[in-house]
Design a protein around this ligand. Structure first.
Ligand code: NAP
Length: 449
């Protein structure tokens, strides 16, 4: 990473590096927050005296466990499960489960750390946590996924509870996996505790708009940024990376607001469709058939599939990276700038590398960090918990209106905080400072724990 950490927080960062060796994504996430916090510590000496930042950088609890299961051929498989319960100052730990071969403790800690501030920004009573496994659901049968989920929950259940820790989905964990996980929790505990997990199916405790929430929310956030500049999505050319839960619903909302998404991707490559991505085909390929993105180009005459190369080579005015961490690097950022991209809004968690953020910032491209822009998913999870607790069910329209209000509120808060702390327009600083202040106040109030 380029540049130096501000002297005010250098010692804290050095200690994080020493204690969490080799966890590069976690270092990256902590560093980005620390870079924003020097100005806060100048104004709040109590947070230095009580080592509030240092305490927030140390997870409250880290759970690592073995997940044995049997595949369809009868062979024994062993995966590793994680749950990092990072911070409960604002409420029960809340954050998704990721099933992907790249998952390790450092990835889970980076995601859990980001989640603390994201959840605080929503204004909802939820703490921060994250979990997952290095299990790869891709290519596995439903029966294999079910056996894995049952084994995973057989250990995890003892750490969960609607007032303790409430997981949800993330990469590789959708409604199918949430169903198997919830079923096993119910079976072991003999309790129909709907509020113990979110992202449930609509017929068994799920909430309308939860599926769409992260993608829709990121686009609402982008719309708020544009409106601040007197602009809108109407007629804009947009590129969205990924073709999973976040990407699909980001594309849907962009189209509803009058923009055109001309490219999307998965880990095998990307498709370009100048007429605009056909959502019915995309959903059929990715959600129903769980197939690869080249199948989209096979079925849509106006589309072409590109196996090698970067989706960020496709010219656009708005980029919404919605696949995975560090997918948009320095070279890609330069290409986006050269092609006239004006807005980069993170649908995924930390998809833009620090060097890429610097390039965008220097070029004057408006940039929204994931912890603010993709908070719509967890905010709607909190709405799902509310509905479960009150045995209520809200309409799609009501839930979507709440989501839009929440995203606009997060945007306005980040914007105002950036101004208040002397960096107008810097939504990274605004998000980090606003999220931190909310958590820090509660941490401070709870005493030295
Ligand atoms: P998902 O449904 O599993 O989709 C992930 C998408 O990203 C897939 O298209 C996947 O392609 C692609 N992808 C993953 N790793 C990749 C890589 N290394 N290179 C290129 N493409 C890759 O997951 P999701 O829920 O949409 O999550 C996407 C991002 O949003 C993650 O960063 C997640 O943490 C974040 N997020 C999700 C939520 C939520 O509510 N779901 C909320 C907040 C933030 P393949 O299928 O080929 O792997």
């Amino acid at each position: 990473m380029n540049g130096s950490v501000p002297a005010r927080v250098q010692g804290i960062y050095d200690e994080v590096l020493r204690r969490n060796r080799g966890e590069t994504e976690f270092h990256q996430a902590v560093r980005e927050v620390l870079e924003s916090l020097a100005v806060v510590l100048d104004r709040h000496s109590e947070y230095s005296e009580m080592k509030t930042v240092e305490r927030i950088c140390e997870p409250e609890r880290q759970i690592i466990f073995r997940v044995p299961w049997q595949d369809d051929r009868g062979e024994v498989q062993i995966n590793r499960g994680f749950r990092v319960e990072f911070n409960s100052a604002l409420g029960p730990y809340k954050g998704g489960l990721r099933f992907h071969p790249s998952v390790d403790l450092g990835i889970v800690k980076f995601l859990g750390f980001e989640q603390i501030f994201k959840n605080a920004l929503t204004g909802m009573p939820i703490g921060g946590g994250k979990g997952g496994s290095d299990f790869d659901p891709k290519g596995r049968s439903d029966a294999e996924v079910m056996r894995f989920c049952q084994s995973f929950m057989t250990e995890l259940y003892r750490h969960l509870g609607e007032y303790t820790d409430v997981p949800a989905g993330d990469i590789g964990v959708g409604t199918r996996e949430i169903g198997y996980l919830f079923g096993q929790y119910k079976r072991i505990t003999n309790r129909y505790e709907s509020g113990v997990i979110t992202g449930k199916g609509l017929g068994w405790g799920g909430a309308l708009v939860r599926t769409e929430a992260t993608g829709y929310g990121a686009v609402f956030f982008a719309e708020a940024m544009m409106q601040t500049a007197g602009e809108s999505f109407d007629g804009r050319r947009v590129v969205v990376s990924g073709s999973g839960n976040v990407a699909v619903y980001a594309i849907e909302k962009v189209h509803q607001l009058g923009g055109t998404v001309v490219a999307c991707s998965d880990s095998s490559g990307y498709v370009v469709d100048e007429k605009g991505i056909d959502l019915d085909v995309l959903k059929q390929v990715k959600e129903v058939e769980r197939s690869r993105i080249d199948q989209y180009a096979e079925r849509v005459g106006t589309a072409r599939f590109v196996a090698d190369g970067s989706i960020w080579d496709v010219p656009c005015e708005v980029a919404i990276p919605s696949a995975t961490q560090n997918e948009l690097g320095e070279d890609a950022a330069r290409t986006l700038v050269q092609n006239g991209c004006r807005y980069v809004v993170e649908g995924a968690n930390m998809p833009t590398t620090p060097d890429a953020v610097r390039v965008l910032r220097e070029a004057g491209t408006a940039f929204a960090p994931g912890k603010a822009a993709n908070a719509g998913g967890v905010a709607t999870s909190a709405l799902e918990m509310q509905q479960n607790a009150s045995r209520d069910r809200w309409t799609f329209e009501h839930s979507e209106t709440r989501l839009e209000e929440i995203m606009r509120g997060i945007h306005d808060r980040c914007h105002a905080t950036a101004e208040e702390y002397g960096s107008p327009g810097d939504l990274v600083l605004g998000a980090n400072v606003a999220g931190f202040l909310q958590v820090a106040e509660a941490v401070h109030a709870h005493g030295l724990i």
